[in-house]
Design a protein around this ligand. Structure first.
Ligand SMILES: [Fe+2]
Length: 378
């Protein structure tokens, strides 16, 4: 938690910025004059809270029991859920395009299914979304952002009710793109200033569509309208900065950028995950709330589940489980020998491997004639 500012009541300067880290709401009074009634506490993604939370996570990880369900068992379930979610995304985008009402409550069972899958075996959901290689970015992006928002929210210690809202916010954050002309949406080249102006209306369009749902949840609305806001105020549509961007907007923006960079688009190829993460790390002080990128990287790993890697032995493997104690030493499944010949799959926990096996390189699976999903599910 972070004490961001409190009201002073002057019309030209209604707030006083404080910027004090808080370990407990009980400490607020130490930093605020006694006559002040209301204070704004920034409760997300900030240094002290997360440092403590992260220490707890490390401890949990060290003592962590095995996932409730083994990866091999959960993967087919996660795949089925992903397909269902994809069908749903097709439906609500088509409805939005035709100007029909979209009720996000209809997606609740899908999101609940994804949450349960993440709780049974987080790596299965993460691997599945990463391996899906559809050329239908508009739909896969919704699901990926929903799943990643759930995974990041879980890492941040959010309860299941909040995770459900986060999943829905992720799923519907770009629904407003249904109102953007297709030639702008799928333009292979750079957008003109006019086209960019139209494109930038999509968060507001998402907001409008979601607000037609009966009793729309504020957090979902804010997740949608704030997902292109940036911490330094350079985002859109409102140019909000710092503590004015809510936790849903922050979480959705991080996972949105990550999925956009690592997905294939009509104007460029997918960026390998390590490259996307290092780029986002460079933007850590401008685009995102303090320490949030560091924690996102810790949450999904330097080599996220589903990454295709080459090991020091020359063999090729896929990352099946990240390791929070040492992010560069996940658990992998070796699938190919150094000459890219298929071999019997062997799972190796790189943290506890006595042979000193380590990752040499993270590869882009698109450059190899392999279908990792099939191999993993086999
Ligand atoms: Fe967007």
């Amino acid at each position: 938690m972070f004490l961001a500012k409190y009201g002073q009541g002057a019309p030209d300067n209604p707030f006083v910025s404080v910027g004090k880290p808080l370990l407990s709401l009980l400490n607020v009074d130490e930093f605020v004059p006694p006559e002040v009634d209301e204070v704004l506490v920034d409760d997300s993604l900030t240094l002290h809270m997360l440092n403590r939370l992260h220490r707890e996570r490390l401890q949990e990880q060290a003592e962590r029991p095995a996932p409730a369900v083994p990866l091999a068992e959960e993967l087919p379930v996660a795949e089925k859920l992903y397909t269902e979610a994809l069908d749903h995304a097709h439906e609500f985008m088509a409805d939005a395009r035709k100007g029909r009402d979209v009720d996000y409550h209809d997606a609740q069972p899908v999101v609940d299914g994804l949450i349960e899958s993440v709780f049974r075996n987080e790596s299965a959901a993460a691997t599945m979304f990463k391996l899906r290689r559809f050329d239908e970015y508009s739909y896969t992006h919704c699901i990926n952002v929903g799943v990643l928002a759930i995974i990041l929210g879980k890492y941040l210690g959010q309860d299941k009710d909040t995770l459900r809202l986060l999943g829905l916010a992720g799923l519907f954050h770009d629904v407003g793109k249904a109102r953007i002309p297709e030639d702008i949406l799928n333009k292979p080249g750079e957008l003109t200033t006019r086209e960019m102006g139209i494109m930038k209306t999509h968060p507001l369009e998402s907001y409008k569509i979601i607000s037609n749902t009966p009793g729309p949840e504020q957090n979902i609305l804010r997740g949608a309208i704030e997902h292109h806001e940036r911490y330094d105020g350079t985002g859109y549509p409102r140019g909000l900065a710092g503590a004015d961007i809510g936790i849903f907007g922050r979480i959705v923006s991080i996972v949105d950028v990550y999925d956009a960079l690592t997905s294939k688009r009509c104007y460029r190829n997918a960026m390998p995950t390590y490259k996307a993460l290092s780029l986002m790390y460079q933007w850590r002080d401008s685009s995102f709330a303090p320490n949030s990128i560091e924690h996102f990287i810790k949450c999904i790993g330097v080599y996220p589940a589903g990454s295709f890697v080459r090991l020091s032995s020359g063999e090729y493997a896929i990352v099946t489980e990240i390791n929070m104690i040492n992010a560069s030493r996940p658990t992998v499944k070796i699938l190919f020998d150094p000459w890219m010949r298929r071999k019997a799959a062997v799972a190796v926990d790189l943290l506890h491997d006595d042979g000193g096996l380590e990752i040499r390189e993270c590869l882009n699976p698109a450059g190899y004639p392999v279908d990792l999903t099939t191999l993993l599910l086999a």
